[in-house]
Structure formats: structure tokens, C-alpha cells
Design a protein around this ligand. Structure first.
Ligand code: 5GP
Length: 183
């Protein structure tokens, strides 16, 4: 099956790099939301490791939940069609929501997600994404907090998958374009 023997590129960001960046971002979020409460809404499954980092280093009061939206099938290329396949039953009315995302690529997913969540009357919605791949953007979407800007590579690890694999890597790497194209 494609992906199984795909070759990993070099390590782009180590656990130490990611932890350092998460701490910096958390300082900024703490400042921006001083005295307020925040609902961290992690996007499953890709954001899990980044979500844990952000949760750990924030000092403002937080609660957490998860949502699943997907624009990708098992393929690595966006279909452009976004679907919410799991939505939490939590009250978002008048809450400060921060969506915790793994990567912003075309921007389709987050644009759709934010439009949907606006309907639940939150006080504010911001996005904290571990990675930003500006080169492939197809919308005017911009994340409020970004861990790292990356080139147009298909990244895996630290929650990010290729056909459900590689999520467990404790660092961020990428796959050879040839291997990704085989799908
Ligand atoms: P968008 O809607 O911004 O195009 O896509 C966002 C989603 O596509 C991300 O949450 C992620 O699941 C997936 N995605 C986009 N680029 C990559 C990538 O380089 N590697 C992996 N593993 N997933 C990606």
C-alpha cells in the first residue's frame, strides 16, 4: 500500500523546537486573554500533540473540547469539500474559543469551521495552528497564532498523518513528493 514504504525526509522540528515555540505562543495567549476564560477546541486527530502542549503551558483558565472537520479523504490532496463529522455539545455562547489546529494549508477547513461556529454565538474565535503552509492558500484565511511557517511539503509526525500513519512521531518531518504522489 502506498505510504507504508514512503521515505521520511529530514527532521524539520524536534520536540524541543516545538515545546519552545508552544511556550512562546502560550505567553502571548496568556497576555491576550488576561482575566478571561478560554475554550480550547482541538481539531481531531491531527492537533492532539500540539493541543497537549498548548494546554500545558497556558496559565489562563481553560476548558477543552474537540471537533472533527475534514477536507481530505484518505488522499493527501484537498478535495475542497469540508464536512464536520464530530461536533461537541458544549455551550459556546459568549465564550472565547481558540481552535487548535495542526496545519493550515488551503485554508478551506478553517474558513468553513469558523463560519459554522460563529452561529453558536461565541464572544470571540481565534485560531492557533502548529504549522502554516502559505504557498497553497486558496482563501484569505489567516491564523492568529502560528507555530512555524513551512514550505510546500507534505509534513507528517507530531499528530500529522499519511494514511493514518506517522502520527506518533515525536517530531515533524515530511515525505518525499514522489511517495505522496503515488496515492
Ligand atoms: P486545508 O483545509 O487548510 O487545506 O487543510 C487542512 C487539513 O489538511 C489539515 O488539518 C490537515 O489535516 C491536512 N493537511 C494539509 N496539509 C498537510 C500536510 O502537509 N500533511 C498532512 N499530514 N496533512 C495535511
Amino acid at each position: 500500500m502506498a505510504g507504508k514504504n514512503a521515505k521520511l525526509g529530514k527532521v524539520l522540528y524536534t520536540q524541543e523546537d516545538i515545546t519552545r515555540r508552544a511556550k512562546e505562543i502560550c505567553k502571548q495567549i496568556d497576555k491576550d486573554y488576561e482575566g478571561e476564560e478560554v475554550l480550547l477546541l482541538g481539531t481531531l486527530k491531527g492537533s492532539i500533540m500540539w493541543m497537549v502542549d498548548i494546554m500545558k503551558y497556558l496559565t489562563v483558565d481553560t476548558s477543552i473540547d474537540f471537533i472533527t472537520a475534514s477536507s481530505y479523504g484518505s488522499s493527501s490532496f484537498s478535495s475542497g469539500v469540508v464536512k464536520i463529522t464530530y461536533e461537541p455539545n458544549v455551550n459556546m455562547y459568549n465564550k472565547n474559543v481558540i481552535i487548535i489546529e495542526d496545519i493550515v494549508d488551503t485554508g478551506n477547513t478553517l474558513k468553513y469551521l469558523i463560519e459554522k461556529l460563529e452561529g453558536r454565538g461565541p464572544k470571540s474565535i481565534k485560531v492557533c495552528s502548529m504549522l502554516n503552509k502559505e504557498a497553497r492558500r486558496k482563501t484569505d484565511f489567516k491564523a492568529d497564532y502560528v507555530g512555524f511557517e513551512i514550505d510546500d511539503l507534505f509534513v507528517v509526525g507530531y499528530g500529522l498523518d499519511f494514511d493514518q500513519k506517522y502520527r506518533d512521531l515525536p517530531y515533524i518531518s515530511y515525505l518525499d513528493a514522489e511517495d505522496v504522489e503515488k496515492l
